[in-house]
Design a protein around this ligand. Sequence first.
Ligand SMILES: [Zn+2]
Ligand SMILES: [Zn+2]
Length: 392
Amino acid sequence: MDVPWLLVAHGAVTALVVVSFLCGQWPIFEGTFVQSINHFLTSGAYRHFLRLVQAACGTGARDLVLGVEQYCCDRPNPILQVFYVAIIGGTYFIIVQSSFKYIPGYYVSVLHRYLSIVVVSIGAILFVLTSFSDPGTVTSENVSHYVSAYPFDNIIYVEKECSTCKITRPARAKHCRICDRCVARFDHHCGWMNNCIGEKNTRYFVAFLVWHFLLCLYGAIILGFIVAGELKDKKVVYILTVYYGIDNSFSGLFPHVAQWLLAVHNTQILLAVFLGIIALLLGGFCAYHVHLCLSNTTTNETFKWQDYVFWMKKENAAKASTYTLKASINAGSSEAQKSPPSKWKTFFSRSGTRAKEPVVKNNIYDVGWIRNLCEVMVPLSERRSFSSKKSE
Ligand SMILES: [Zn+2]
Ligand SMILES: [Zn+2]
């Protein structure tokens, strides 16, 4: 009886750690233990580890750890690319070894043996395209081309020079400190791709996410059908009810069927659960990036807009305080003539001030979801019409 409780506790702790790590910085968790766990996981634990290394092995060992950290996090490196290839290759190899013998099965046709090779290969091609294609590197030769692609909105982008590249930084571009270059329509630096995601490879990146989400879902469903086919093929329910006299109801059969599945098909079930979890995580990430494409925003711009809204709200609050202060001074000067205003009157007059001005996020690059999507698929700087317009 102890084992299920142990499993439940293990599941709850894992869920708490994953949710804290991924979502701990969301405003909804502000001031909660979820945010504390997030701080510990993202920076606190590493600081403690560094102190421990220094105390146990000296400053040399600490510098070595910092050097490894710098190589892994601040320099282009293929560690996560190798990890991706190992995960994809390893998972596919295990599926081939453990589950292809059940194809063709009761529900799964032989076609899936070949279809699986095709879908995994397409995933690998999208990975190569995203990793090794030019994201839209801005150089002194092509800077004028990129500058004319997008206007400066003078809100989150103003015309200025990149202090490292010594060229005008086009609107929507950013200097990637890891790759040490300016990238047009910069989204983010992707460690998994060991490449920046920019104007020219956002299409491959989003296609990669969508494809891998569908790939994981496909794998999990096919594995589910393999197991269901085996259940049917081996007449497990029939044997259980007829030969073992188990009650032919869901509650009666479920423990015995589950026991049989875990004993005979534990590899398929583990693989299906693994693929299902990855599909869930990818699904969320995928939806976020599709939303960014449809609204013609980048991840980098999302942070910029967050900062803009934060500072505008601060500015409006400061204006409101100044207004209230001026009003109270005026009221004080005429106090001799008039009776003091009631608290309610002050409250309502204050609520009518500019503090209630809504902060508007005016994204001038959003030209409607169809054109936004076209812009991701065929970047402005690659369009023939754009080149001819420029040369006029
Ligand atoms: Zn630069
Ligand atoms: Zn980069």
